[in-house]
Design a protein around this ligand. Structure first.
Ligand code: ADP
Ligand code: MG
Length: 251
């Protein structure tokens, strides 16, 4: 059975001054899969997300979404097509409570002039809060949430945009073990509800727990892809990660 490709990058290149952040990236995302992307710091993971979601334009190459060439489309145009991402560094709307953070995202999707009633919006927002496990925090200001709760809220705001493809950039960065387990469960729920998910992660335990398929990047190049167990035991991947550990230790 051949699987449907929902997103494809063709020969993507991106340079920042003297640094080539991505070189000749060709990846496919299949409908309904949970794809992991790993790679040491600076390997180009976030840049790849930025290019796929329209925050950056590639120097060369194409982005194909369900057969449509969407290269150079704005983040807004990508969201309209169901491509939604979260950021490595969370930035909820501070000063606004948890429920309103989700409501704002819902209004972005429905449009301020839409016929959807306030009641429906609040109902939808509460469904999302239930899914992300923040129902009991709806009146709390986003500022006073724990880091783990902020990460969940960030995912909730992405869900409000009704993603077909959800791209998560280090969703467990900086979290405790218990918080990480919560996020893993949430990502699995989202995936089981039918959303295609792409997760960039640094944490090996998380990626092994989540991914059905794994792509490893190093210095802007795909160095391995396939079954997660094979990818993490691939000598080049091991070397890239050991190199990073050594670099951290010797700093
Ligand atoms: N806006 C930018 N300006 C200049 N250099 C950048 C920019 N974004 C990323 N880079 C560089 O591109 C490389 C890849 O970065 P990034 O995609 O953030 O890696 P990762 O997410 O894998 O840690 C790094 O060398 C980084 O310093
Ligand atoms: Mg990054």
């Amino acid at each position: 059975m051949s699987r449907e490709v929902v997103l494809e990058t063709r020969d993507i290149w991106k340079r920042f001054g003297g640094i080539i952040a991505l070189r000749n990236i060709n990846i496919k995302v299949f409908k309904g899969e949970l794809l992991g992307i790993i790679g040491p710091n600076g390997s180009g993971k976030t840049t790849l997300f930025n290019i796929i979601t329209g925050f950056l334009k590639p120097d060369k190459g194409r982005i194909i979404l369900s057969g449509e060439d969407v290269t150079g489309f704005s983040p807004h145009e990508m969201v309209k097509r169901g491509v939604v991402r979260t950021f490595q560094l969370v930035k909820p709307f501070m000063g606004m409570n948890v429920l309103d953070n989700i409501r704002v995202a819902l209004y972005m999707r429905h449009g301020l002039m839409s016929r959807v009633s306030e009641r429906e919006i609040i109902g939808e927002a509460r469904e999302i809060l239930k899914m992300i496990g923040l129902s009991h925090r709806e009146d709390v200001s986003a500022d006073s949430l724990s880091h783990g709760e902020k990460k969940k809220l960030e995912i909730g705001r992405a869900l409000a945009l009704k993603p077909k493809i959800l791209l998560l950039d280090e969703p467990t960065g900086g979290l405790t073990t218990a918080e990480i387990d919560d996020i893993i469960r949430l990502i699995k729920d989202i995936h089981e509800n039918g959303t295609t998910v792409v997760v960039v992660e640094h944490n090996m335990r998380v990626i092994m727990n989540l991914s059905e398929r794994l792509i490893a990047l190093n210095s802007g190049v795909v160095i391995a892809e396939g079954d997660p167990k094979d990818v993490v035991s691939n000598p080049e991947v091991v070397k890239a990660y050991l190199g990073e550990r050594f670099a951290v230790k010797s700093r």
